[in-house]
Design a protein around this ligand. Sequence first.
Ligand code: ZN
Length: 467
Amino acid sequence: MNESVRADALNAGKMPALPQPKDAAAVILLRPSTDPNNPEVYWVKRSTKLAFLGGYRAFPGGQRESLDSEVRVRNCGDEERAAMISCAARELFEEVGVLLARGSKTLTVGQRASLFDDLESKRMTWPQLLNHFGLQLDANDFTFVGRWLTPAKQEPRVTEDSELESGEWIAARDAYEKWQRSEIIVVPPVLHVMKTLAAGITVDLIERFLSIPEANREPTRRIEFHPNYICFPLRTPTKPPATHTNCYLIYTTKEILIVDPGSPYEDEQVALAECVDDFIRHGWLSPREIILTHAHPDHVAGVNALNDYLEKNHGRRIPVAAHRLTAESLKGQFDVDRFIEDGELIELDGSPGITLRVLHTPGHARGHLCVHDERTGALISGDNIVGYGSVLIDPPEGNMRDYLASLARMRALRNLSVLFGGHGPAIANPYEKIDEYIAHRLQRENLILAAVDGLVKKAPRGFVPEC
Ligand SMILES: [Zn+2]
């Protein structure tokens, strides 16, 4: 049984914050370990250089390609399912060199390498290659929690120059515990798999796999990229290409903070209020404060609605806290109950205790705040750094010099592990991302300087360029 590997195709890749999700498949390779209740899974770390989900732990996988629908899959009458199986098998082979196809056992290591080369160099397409070597994909090898099969002795290995940085076998429980200690960030379906497997392989495994929303095709509203931090993307009229603004719920066993409830749409406001309500109904959680990172409408438009809901259903409103300059901009819309100063600590009672340091980081907006969890290294970066789309610096509210100083201040924080931006998925490669933002801004500044310089040189004598 030691060489047994179980393959399992999962639908992944439906980030709610992104428009038009694309079909993708991931493959979970499993092998028994010395502890029968704690199997090992093979996971990979995505390159920190990747713009999308860089630095995340994931299972080998990727997007469906048009040729996947041309692959014939044995024991599969459903065309869509067959294409997803082809996608899963192809991605597994491309990314870690494991070929899950009937007939692959007879291939030598050298043959597999040349096959890989044919595919990489596009000498042959995936369907051609399977046909040429008489290989056959079989749906029975890829059912949701598939059956055990024994491929030839294939050891997965991350190929060079791929989008992956590394790959390793790890016991499922160890993987889940790493996440609980905030040491890693994983894509949501991976978290679900780790959590499920960490409870051991027992007869109810399939039900457990299916019982959690992340495993289904429905986009999940509450995403927990990090323990005790829930990202709740809300549809807002924000700056395209972003379509949602992230509201964050930071919770302990006793308290909850709500950051940026920003949707003006009633259905979205109700969804968020019901999520907060869920926490309150657990009995021991009390909402402590609503914190606003800044005054832009797509970050504040749901404050009143949330408080109206809580007043109606629980007889109380939650105080709103923000920077003094944010409060100034919001005058007339609603009152800010408490001003937050730069460097202030917010301590959440309960387990685990969470201590947050608030930083005043102007640039995108005058009163912009970031919230830093110094123990785990998580940083709510608001609209200073976002996981999707770009950041607008629009004077007089925006100020480029302040913005660059704020980025430098964020860059100087020690132990940053993840950025939770106002839009898009969490950023698992914080330092690389901040460097990229700084470089991008400086490059734009240099282009402007060069353009101005050119104007001055070309200008007739006595001409003073407008600034
Ligand atoms: Zn903004």
